[in-house]
Design a protein around this ligand. Sequence first.
Ligand SMILES: Nc1ncnc2c1ncn2[C@@H]1O[C@H](COP(=O)(O)OP(=O)(O)O)[C@@H](O)[C@H]1O
Ligand SMILES: [Mg+2]
Length: 206
Amino acid sequence: MSPPPDPPLPLPLSEPDGATPLDPDEAEGLRLDSIRTRGDLDRVEQANIVDGLAWLSRRRQTDVLDDQFLRRLHRELFGQVWRWAGTYRQTEKNIGVEPRQIQVELRKLLDDVRAWIEYHSYPPREMALRFHHRLVRIHLFANGNGRHARIAADALLQQLGEARIDWLPGDQPLQQAGALRTAYIEALRSADGGDYRALLELYGAT
Ligand SMILES: Nc1ncnc2c1ncn2[C@@H]1O[C@H](COP(=O)(O)OP(=O)(O)O)[C@@H](O)[C@H]1O
Ligand SMILES: [Mg+2]
């Protein structure tokens, strides 16, 4: 006798503060039906990210300030788990611009960062933190934006010959409520209002 089919992923999964809940249609893009719990999901995502980082480190020349690269990076980080990895979000979220504004806002951001580099507008670490915040604020994808944008900011620092940021120990998908996570989310909220001081201070860019 075959075992009874697994129940579907219970939705909505409880999300930590500062994380964007998934729509049911997005959750349908899950490639593995062995995933039952948020813990299962975190583990398979983490394994995928390890592979994605290996892909990133094998690349010879990377221009991070390129929308195609940023989508490819998301696909490499999450494509084993989500069918829609690497494709822009199509639904509204509590964080992020309207879906149809994503491409326009991303283009503006990438142009801005290129200009910051050209005119030495900010020290590299501050530039990376501002880039990170603007990227998560646009919220390109249905999920994985925080992790993708932390890795993208580190890749930008690497492109500039600078050391990466130690964002969160073990960079979890922000489930683990730790003091640093809370401070990180609060600093992003201040940056939403244009005040970057907390973010710069938190990551030693002052
Ligand atoms: N107020 C905010 N302003 C800008 N970015 C935010 C804010 N709150 C949360 N974020 C970012 O959104 C991320 C959560 O989005 P999500 O797509 O679920 O990413 P992940 O799945 O990698 O945690 C957080 O890690 C953080 O980077
Ligand atoms: Mg998430």
